[in-house]
Design a protein around this ligand. Structure first.
Ligand code: PLP
Length: 392
């Protein structure tokens, strides 16, 4: 990390993370001396292919899958599009009904909206006050036309972890393909394809200290779907196009590091997260924690701080050198209340007064204390000029 990032405090790891220096080192030779195209038969190509397959194996091992069940993509968005459209178009004649939740990432929701306009029927399941999907609701929504269930592993805004294993059991009982967006969970909590009972998972390297623009989809052997990109025979004809070898190598390295650090990082982050959460809730009045109290990602905090616009908090924290967010990066800048927060019952005005702080492997106890102190100062300043704020 350079000096500038050292002085500033980065609390937006759910949006993206810095590339780990070892990941950069692992990638570098594949831009220059090992630049071969993995589809070519000479030594340059063979070297590139072998590095790519090593990365595939690392990811497969991390999630207890087989290497041939991994397809590299350009990121989480493509993996979500691939999973949902791939099954939808393969199974369209079976009825075209898809079940998802109201709090999915836009990569899933917008894909479902697109399919809706193209003749598919989508059920958007509600969630409870913590953002949890009730498996019984999944069961009830299934019809003889249901071809796919897509429920995220953990939510990117509030960090709630969904009961994926239970939902997977239901999907399996009905012989329905089950996809889960695991973009926020890989490297944060254990991801095991068999324990989760999933057929497909989406991943993105830049959430776990890998580069942006590379991700993957896990596709359980036997899952029926159409290919995403048509052209050459790469990725077992499931995703055509010359593979992004340096980024795939970087992704593999990032996964290897993340898995080796997982237990320690999870413990450390949970402790720091709880400290910061406690300080915010006890030292700043009229605050409320959003998301599940326990079944949540180790680095996620989402709080409503009443009577102040989330955007003002983010801008003021930024001026103090703290990077935070109002919700998902894709919707920041828009004044629409977060669909996740309104789905868990937060009033639109409170949803607009919410702040997301997401910690990562670089977060220290000193960072936590500084963030709490500065946040208190910023909130006092903003509330002093807020026409809506009244001290209780
Ligand atoms: N799904 C979730 C849950 C995410 O948090 C994100 C990124 O914010 C994505 C999908 C999209 O991933 P990518 O940025 O790699 O396209």
């Amino acid at each position: 990390m350079n000096n500038i990032t050292k002085k500033r405090i980065y609390m937006d790891c759910a949006a993206t993370t810095p590339v780990h220096p070892d990941v950069v080192q692992a990638m570098l030779p594949f831009f220059t001396e090992n630049f071969g195209n993995p589809s070519t038969v000479h030594s340059f190509g063979r070297e590139a292919k072998s590095a790519m397959e090593e990365a595939r194996e690392k990811l497969a091992n991390a999630i207890f899958a087989k290497p041939e069940e991994i397809v590299f993509t350009s990121g989480g968005t493509e993996a979500d599009n691939f999973a949902i459209k791939g099954v939808a178009y393969f199974d369209k004649n079976k009825g075209g009904h898809i079940i998802t939740s109201k709090i999915e990432h836009h990569a899933v929701l917008e894909t479902c909206h697109f399919l809706e306009k193209n003749g598919f029927t989508i059920t958007y399941l509600p969630v409870d006050e913590y953002g949890t999907v009730n498996p019984e609701d999944v069961q009830k929504a299934i019809t003889d036309k249901t071809i796919l269930i897509s429920i995220m592993h953990a939510n990117n805004e509030i960090g709630t972890i969904e009961p994926i294993a239970e939902i997977g059991k239901i999907a399996r009982k009905h012989n329905i393909t089950f996809h889960s967006d695991a973009v926020q969970t890989l490297g944060s909590i254990p991801v095991n394809v068999d324990e989760l009972n999933v057929d497909m998972l989406s991943f993105s390297a830049h959430k776990l200290y890998g580069p942006k623009g590379i991700g993957a989809i896990y596709i359980r052997k036997g899952t029926k779907m159409v290919s995403f990109l048509h052209g050459g025979e790469q990725e077992r004809r499931r995703r055509a196009g010359t593979e992004n070898v340096p980024y795939i190598v970087g992704f593999g390295k990032a996964v290897e590091i993340a898995i080796s650090e997982l237990v320690q990082k999870r413990e450390n982050l949970t402790c720091l997260r709880d400290k910061l959460t406690n300080r915010i809730l006890t030292e700043i009045e009229q605050t409320k924690l959003n998301g599940h109290p326990t079944a949540k990602l180790p680095g996620h905090i989402n709080v409503t701080i009443k009577h102040i616009e989330g955007e003002s908090m983010v801008l003021n924290l930024d001026m103090e050198g703290i990077a935070a967010s109002t919700g998902s990066a894709c919707s920041s800048g828009s004044l629409e209340a977060s669909h996740v927060l309104t789905s868990i019952g937060v009033a639109p005005e409170d949803a607009r007064s919410s702040l997301r702080l997401t910690l990562g492997r670089q977060t220290t106890e000193d960072n936590i204390n500084k963030v709490a102190d500065i946040l208190k100062k910023v909130i006092t300043r903003l509330r002093a000029i807020s026409p809506l704020y009244k001290k209780r």
